[in-house]
Design a protein around this ligand. Structure first.
Ligand code: FAD
Length: 508
């Protein structure tokens, strides 16, 4: 059997938000040697290669229309595990879910996790993900002891903070554009219980939310939910959850709370409704009225029943709230975009107030809004700042005019963020223009990336749609922005290219 993808068949792929979609030659290797051979074959055929983990980035970061997509999910072996030190070495396709299930019963937990357990470690390093503890724990890259990556040149490099640091701090965060991680060694966090001690309380305004979150920076985790449907003095009100790990001896039955059975998320809501069917009913509530009602209900409960509520909650239930409802993204009929900006502390209140008011003023309901505290890091495409991020889910409208309006609104939100020195995150992006990216990344970062690209990938083999939409033109001086629909990657099915092998319409 050929080790290469079937060049007669294009496979449809989407970003997690399902607004970005295209077809590609999909290849799912199991060994490093196959990747090296594929790189050679792609170069011979004049095709570019995009790396893909679990495809949980919201936009077009793991898509490559008409070209090759290298899906790394089958490289998912644990290569070494030391339960005495909590050091684990894995292949890139191991997911966050596989990781915690492998180590929890030995008393170890991933130090940084996203809001879902399904991403792969390769994808998490590609984006350098953050968790609800970013303000003191940093991004996942700060917990990587060493990694190996195969470069398009055919070189297999080992990097660590003290070994080829220039590559280490660039490969991690470079959105799969410099090399493919083939093994990752992580230091996990020692835990003494599978539970966290959690406190929830309501905050009556955005100003209060930000102040409370800042005040609680000794907590192990802190996260805010923001009601984006109210205005005036209540704009940005919401609920905060802070949590801490339990100390040794605090949990009377650690073996129980550290068991996989204890951590399992339930299959039903209230013990009755199968969660697998909930997404089918979501379109009924995903409108301005439904969201207003849901947000009001949630806020009133947070203000009364659960105000300063102290309780214990399993690590999985606390961290992976977004996995409670399977396939929830399919509840958005035409897809969704997640809009997340990272704003310095002093400007955050003004920026988020202005962004929420702008969205409300233009009639775009904001669905789920999550506020986090961050601190800067030294990785190449860092998204973090000493400040906050607000992530907003916007429903993609069905009509072309609605999508154009959504795009126009996001450009205004981008401008508000850029004026305040804000940053953006490629894992979530669907709206950046090359000029906006050049402005927040700055010339030094772009020059550094261009030099690294020339060294690691001189033939420009590694490409994604995000690379062609944002980074490549930004490197060339911020050429004119793409038309609205193309930049937002809205579902323009008719525009999906049907390029054949070697046609190379998209890229190299
Ligand atoms: C519900 C939900 C909640 C989320 N919450 C958070 C959050 O709290 N914090 C956060 O930071 N992110 C969050 N994310 C985003 C998510 O964690 C990132 O997009 C992550 O990169 C997804 O990993 P993946 O395996 O799906 O990678 P993909 O999305 O498939 O790829 C991500 C990037 O990594 C590159 N890549 C993939 N594999 C490799 C490899 N082996 N070597 C080199 N590069 C590679 C790809 O080219 C791509 O650029 C969330 C996403 C969802 C859907």
């Amino acid at each position: 059997m050929s080790i290469f993808p079937d060049f007669d068949r294009l496979t449809p792929l989407t970003g997690f938000g399902r607004a970005a979609q295209s077809t590609s030659y999909l290849y799912r290797p199991t060994h490093v040697e196959q990747i090296a051979e594929l790189f050679r074959e792609a170069a011979t055929r004049g095709l570019s290669v995009a790396l893909r983990g679990a495809g949980r980035s919201y936009g077009d970061a793991a898509l490559n229309a008409g070209q090759i997509v290298l899906d790394l999910q089958r490289m998912n072996r644990v290569l070494a595990w030391d339960p005495a030190t909590g050091v684990i070495t894995v292949e890139p396709g191991v997911t966050i879910e596989q990781l915690w299930k492998y180590t929890l019963e030995d008393g170890w937990w991933p130090p940084v996790v996203p809001g879902t357990m399904f991403p792969t470690l390769g994808g998490c390093l590609g984006m350098n993900i953050h968790g609800k503890n970013n303000y003191h724990t940093g991004p996942i890259g700060e917990h990587v002891l060493a990694c190996e990556a195969l470069l398009p040149t055919g070189e297999l490099v080992r990097c660590a903070p003290g070994e080829r640091p220039d590559l280490f701090y660039s490969l991690i965060s470079s959105a799969g554009l410099l090399g493919v991680f083939t093994s990752i060694t992580l230091q996990l966090k020692r835990i003494y219980s599978g539970d966290l001690a959690v406190e929830a309380w309501a905050a009556p305004s955005l100003q209060d939310m930000l102040a409370d979150i800042d005040r609680c920076r000794e907590a192990d985790y802190i996260v805010g939910w923001v009601d984006g449907t109210t205005g005036g003095a209540h704009l940005g009100r919401g609920q905060i959850h802070r949590a801490r790990y339990l100390a040794p001896g605090e949990d009377a039955h650690p073996a129980h709370s550290l068991s996989l059975a204890y951590q399992d998320l339930p299959d039903t809501l209230f013990g009755l409704i199968p969660k697998a069917i909930i997404w089918r009913f979501m379109p009924l509530g995903l409108n301005r009225l439904g969201m207003r009602f849901a947000n009001l209900g949630k806020y009133l409960i947070s203000r009364t029943l659960s105000h300063h509520h102290l309780y214990r909650q399993g690590l999985v239930a606390f961290n992976f709230l977004l996995d409670y409802v399977p396939r929830w993204q399919h509840g958005y009929r035409h897809g969704l975009i997640q809009y997340q900006t990272f704003i310095p502390q002093a400007q955050a209140a003004d920026v988020y107030r202005a962004q929420l008011a702008e969205a409300q003023g233009r009639g775009f309901a904001t669905f789920v809004n999550v506020l986090k505290r961050h601190r800067p890091d030294r990785f190449l495409f860092s998204h973090a700042v000493d400040g906050y991020s607000l992530a907003i889910d916007f429903k993609v409208p069905g009509s072309r005019s609605g999508r154009t309006d959504l795009y126009a609104m996001t450009q205004r939100l981008n401008e508000i963020a850029l004026e305040a020195g804000g940053r953006f995150y490629f894992a979530k992006d669907s709206t950046l223009t090359p000029a906006a990216a050049a402005r927040y990344l700055g010339p030094d970062t772009l020059t550094r990336f261009a030099a690294l690209k020339a060294r690691c990938d001189p033939g420009g083999l590694l490409q994604t749609e995000l690379y062609r939409r944002v980074l490549a033109p930004a490197l060339n001086g911020g050429a004119p922005t793409a038309p609205a629909a193309a930049a937002l990657r809205l579902p323009e099915r008719a525009a999906v290219p049907e390029a054949g092998p070697g046609s190379n319409g998209q890229g190299r």
